[in-house]
Write a protein of this length. Structure first.
Length: 558
């Protein structure tokens, strides 16, 4: 039976070319079907068009021999869209997963649209809950003190990483390599020194419909602030300052949230970004935005909010979906926000450096009684990049979320065959209160070391794939012809060596080749970049041998 769902909490008024700000709002129109046609043939063509990475990820969540695509992959029927535009409706977002479009229209027109024969139901677009500024002090109850030596220099970011044992995983060369993470946020300043190394596969601005995810004309000056901070916690790499939890991963960046005070954040951008990320073969989606306005607690049941339905659908297609639980814990509404209510979505709460729950961290349960959040990580005094230059600390589940997403990337880097539910189990099954979850901490503080080893102990690759030494060190162009990296290789392996100067400038890969297995194999390098010699100074390098990573440094003296 057709339903018209209109919440009575108040109306958000939009402008458009067809009506004034007082009579235009945004609605979902859900369709009855994908239109006439031979769907079986269309599905077969779609499966043939999938790239190999996407096929691999989807194959993990279907039975062998079953198709990798279904009707949710078919596009929305063009005839339905044409019918709506002919009526003067402005289409905002088209969702093939939900078989729906979001449109700008009036409440009166929306009531009329539900009578169309191809419209199943009409529903108000869910509005975003603006992230409150967290004024809780940046207290660090666990001082740095004596720490265990690590392969990487984490600087002030050591606390948030060491609390969940991420350096122990980095130390055996598992750094997120070959994992693709989609980050949905406000925008990103990729010129920051923390991102000199970062691998961006694709980026899209769902606010302005272009590929520029930094600030643009019309944006507030700090539009890119939150996204830059969040991305640095998971993907930053600035030795001595900040090391991201999965700095060696590849990234898909989606600018989905308009922070202008007069503009409400809308769930349809998030849903469009999820479908875009899925097509770009994302392994993980991490999002630090919660949606609440227009919905009651009764709607947080894992099957009502369109954004929650889409988030769970992404999991069904093989993506690990991780989202902030929310920062509502110290308010009259203290519950999680959508899509954290998703059945298979991993919701993340926040603790301080002593492992105590942050007052702002949103709590469960969902309306249908499920425990939320799933897990917690540090979200008080979390070290991150500032939007333009420098570093500092911040509070919120926005920061605990990327720490958990980074840990999920480490799990997949070590065990790429795992499904989203197996990654979820590795996180929850090894957390601090795995056997006694509650609606404050969920299953508790995560443990990256145990989570990575949950589905099989990872052998230290350094035992057989490693850098033995770099020589001559110091290197002089007057005295030496080549610099050598001495490697132990168990088997035929791809080897890539990336170079940085002491200021963090990334010169790119100076060596990228395949090398046969051998003991103490010398790999020569001319110590030049683009046939040019380098000035005197200290240089850092990262060497990748398959999935193993090691860092080192050498000095050039002229």
């Amino acid at each position: 039976m057709k339903k018209f769902l209109l919440c009575l909490l108040g109306l958000w008024l939009l402008t458009s070319s067809h009506a004034t700000a007082v009579d235009k709002e945004k609605y979902w129109l859900f369709f009855t079907d994908k239109g006439p046609g031979l769907h079986k043939a269309a599905l077969q063509r779609l499966e043939e068009q999938l790239d190999e990475r996407l096929k691999w990820r989807r194959s993990k969540v279907v039975y062998p021999g079953d198709p990798l695509v279904d009707e949710t992959d078919l596009p929305v029927y063009a005839g339905y869209i044409e019918n709506l535009t002919a009526r003067g409706l402005q289409i905002a977002v088209v969702s093939k997963w939900l078989n729906a479009v979001s449109v700008y229209t009036t409440p009166e027109q929306a009531e009329d649209l539900v009578a169309l024969p191809f419209v199943k139901n009409v529903q108000k677009v869910l509005l975003g809950k603006k992230k409150p500024i967290i004024n809780e002090p940046d207290f660090l109850t666990k001082p740095l003190g004596e720490t265990t030596p690590h392969v990487l220099d984490y600087g002030p970011s050591l606390i948030q990483n060491e609390q969940i044992r991420i350096p122990d995983i980095h130390g055996v060369g598992i750094t997120g390599h070959n994992v693709r993470i989609a980050v949905f946020d406000t925008g990103f300043n990729l010129e920051h020194s923390a991102f000199a190394h970062i691998d961006i596969v694709a980026a899209y601005d769902f606010i302005n419909n272009d590929e520029d995810v930094d600030n643009e004309d019309g944006d507030q000056f700090d539009q890119n602030r939150h996204g830059t901070q969040v991305l640095s916690v998971i993907g930053g790499y600035a030795p001595g300052e900040l090391i991201g939890a999965a700095f060696d991963a590849s990234f898909l960046l989606a600018k989905t949230e308009d922070i202008r005070s007069e503009t409400q954040v809308e769930e349809d951008n998030w849903i469009a970004a999820a479908e875009w990320a899925e097509v770009h073969a994302a392994d993980i989606i991490t999002s630090s935005l919660g949606y609440l306005d227009w919905y009651d607690y009764e709607d947080l049941d894992g099957k009502t909010a369109p954004i929650t339905i889409a988030a769970d659908m992404a999991v069904q297609k093989g993506i690990v979906v991780i989202t902030s639980a929310g920062n509502e814990g110290d308010k009259s509404w203290y519950y999680i926000t959508a899509p954290a209510d998703g059945i298979d979505v991993i919701a993340v709460g926040a603790v301080n450096s002593a492992g105590l729950l942050a007052g702002f961290s949103s709590r469960g349960p969902t309306y249908d009684g499920r425990v939320k959040p799933e897990v917690v990580a540090m979200g008080v005094g979390c070290y991150h990049a500032y939007p333009y230059t420098g570093f500092g600390r911040g509070n919120g589940t926005s920061f605990s979320c990327p720490l958990v997403a980074g840990t999920a990337a480490l799990i997949l880097s070590a065990h790429p065959h795992l499904t989203p539910l197996e990654v979820r189990k590795a996180l929850t099954g090894t957390a601090a209160q795995a056997t006694r979850p509650d609606n404050n901490y969920g299953h508790g503080l995560i443990n990256a070391l145990d989570a990575v080893n949950y589905h099989g102990v990872v052998t230290d690759p350094a035992e057989f794939n490693r850098l033995v030494s770099v020589y001559p060190n110091p290197f002089s162009y007057h005295a030496h012809n080549e610099l050598y990296f001495l490697l132990d290789l168990q088997e035929y392996s791809p080897v890539k060596i990336e170079l940085y100067n002491i200021l963090g400038h990334h010169y790119g890969a100076v060596i990228n080749t395949d090398i046969a297995g051998s003991k103490e194999h010398p790999v020569p390098w001319s110590a030049t970049v683009s046939d040019k010699t380098l000035p005197s100074g200290v240089y850092f390098f990262r060497i990748h041998i398959g999935s193993y990573m090691q860092t080192g440094k050498f000095t050039i003296l002229n």
